[in-house]
Design a protein around this ligand. Structure first.
Ligand SMILES: Nc1nc2c(ncn2[C@@H]2O[C@H](COP(=O)(O)OP(=O)(O)OP(=O)(O)O)[C@@H](O)[C@H]2O)c(=O)[nH]1
Ligand SMILES: [Mg+2]
Length: 415
């Protein structure tokens, strides 16, 4: 699908990086950004977000270049979106809807799908006002997935009922997780969550550490569901549970943050965060900041964190370990791709696990049903699969379908 991107520079932040990110988001959603239209403004126009002259310029470009959809790098009000669609006679998407769309395409687990549907319905509800249906006959493509067109024709009351039902099911799932976590408490295994900005290389690193074969792609939000594996880290600490999580992005729709709050609680219970950074990105410092903001927002900023400076192959750096003044490991420089520095990172996790207050639990008998391969080496080959209950569509009914060690999806972002 041919798309035109629109970015307005309000003079704050790195404008080019932000537009480039929109282009990556668009490609991740499966559209083809043909042209990018930019403008400078001091504040958004109430009716069209851009000025009416700019709007007509966009309209001309769409006709000229056979554009099928216009994607704004901003949150549009329902009225602005409607006005633009009427004036340009073309589907208009804002950044929020674009991200929601990607999430809808990617969600695989039962819970993930429920959460995305909830977020979409809440987003939709704000748009369900008279006059919004002028484009409803257009079919296919992005912006039309999810709740389904027939539901778009139903009224707020029906959506409200569905939202209520979804909330109830998610609450039930959350309760189950809580129970699982409590039973897990008896045989606490040191847990490590990989967090970081989208595309930083979390899944690549997860695979390198666990040999798990998780989907890796140069697109945003390649991972939407958390995968957890048990990894054997040598005699001293035994097994740890490692979790790959969804990436963070700036301006994540707040509906999504709210909808996924249920599962955030799982990340908050990690013993160690490996904060993966794309060390080759020019905006890495801003991304680190964004991720830390989110961690603070969900109350995970107290968890010990190691910055994993990834992609050193692309950045022309050497593997290394950096410590803070207190002697704790602060940064490890690695390449998940070439494997450089991975041994240092494993040692760093071992060191953190040994220093953790829960250490006395590490050797306790584990009594959950999930069998662990007998570890006979000193590396991560013996990780056992812990994520296979995710796809059961009735997972919320089958309590025992979910192994005790699962740490579920994490979707977060600043508003
Ligand atoms: N050069 C280089 N590229 C890497 C390295 N690690 C990952 N990549 C690439 O970075 C891109 C993103 O990798 P992923 O592992 O999917 O990133 P992620 O953080 O899991 O991304 P999301 O799941 O989308 O949040 C892929 O194209 C990887 O091949 C590295 O060490 N060096
Ligand atoms: Mg990933």
């Amino acid at each position: 699908m041919r798309a035109a991107l629109v970015g307005i520079d309000f003079g704050a932040g790195d404008f080019n990086a932000s537009v480039e990110e929109l282009s990556l988001l668009a490609r991740s959603a499966g559209v083809d950004p043909i042209t990018t239209i930019t403008a400078k403004r001091s504040s958004p126009d109430a009716a069209y977000f851009v000025g009416s002259g700019k709007a007509d310029e966009i309209g001309l470009a769409c006709v000229d270049q056979n554009i099928e959809i216009v994607i704004f790098n901003h949150a549009l009000s329902p009225a602005q979106q409607r006005n633009l669609e009427k004036r340009l006679n073309i589907r208009v998407l804002d950044r929020t809807s674009l991200i929601l769309d990607i999430f809808a395409q990617r969600a695989k687990s039962h819970e993930g799908k429920l959460q995305v549907e909830l977020a979409q319905l809440q987003h939709l509800a704000t748009r369900l006002i008279r006059g919004w249906t002028h484009l409803e006959r257009q079919k296919g493509g992005i912006g039309l997935r999810g709740p389904g067109e027939t539901q778009l024709e139903t009224d707020r009351r029906l959506i409200g009922e569905r939202v209520k039902a979804l909330r109830a099911r998610l609450a039930k799932l959350r309760k189950q997780h809580e129970t699982q976590r409590r039973s897990r408490g008896r045989s606490h295994t040191f847990s490590v969550s990989l967090v970081g900005y989208t595309n930083a290389g979390k899944s690549t690193l997860f695979n390198a550490l666990t040999k798990a074969g998780v989907y890796v792609a140069n697109q945003l939000f390649a991972t939407l569901d958390t995968t957890s594996r048990r990894v054997y880290l040598g005699e001293e600490v035994g097994n740890v549970v490692m979790s790959d999580t969804v990436g963070f992005v700036r301006e994540l729709p707040h509906q999504l943050v709210a909808a996924f709050r249920a599962t955030l609680e799982e990340t908050i219970h990690a013993d160690l965060l490996l904060h993966v950074v794309d060390g080759a990105s020019p905006v890495r410092m801003e991304q680190i900041e964004q991720v830390n903001l989110v961690l603070k927002e969900i109350g995970a900023d107290h968890i010990p964190q190691i910055l994993v400076w990834n992609k050193i192959d692309a950045a022309g750096l050497e593997p290394a370990v950096e410590r803070d003044e207190a002697g704790n490991i602060a940064r490890v420089f690695i390449s998940a791709h070439t494997g450089a520095g991975l041994d240092m990172l494993r040692d760093a996790v071992v060191e953190a696990a040994k220093a953790a207050p829960e250490r006395s639990h590490l050797f306790e008998e584990q009594d959950d049903a999930e069998p662990v391969d007998a570890p006979d080496g000193d590396d991560a080959d013996d990780a056992s699969d812990l994520d296979d209950a995710h796809d059961a569509d009735d997972a919320d009914q089958a309590q025992d379908a979910q192994p005790a060690e699962i740490l579920t999806s994490t979707i977060v972002g600043p508003r």
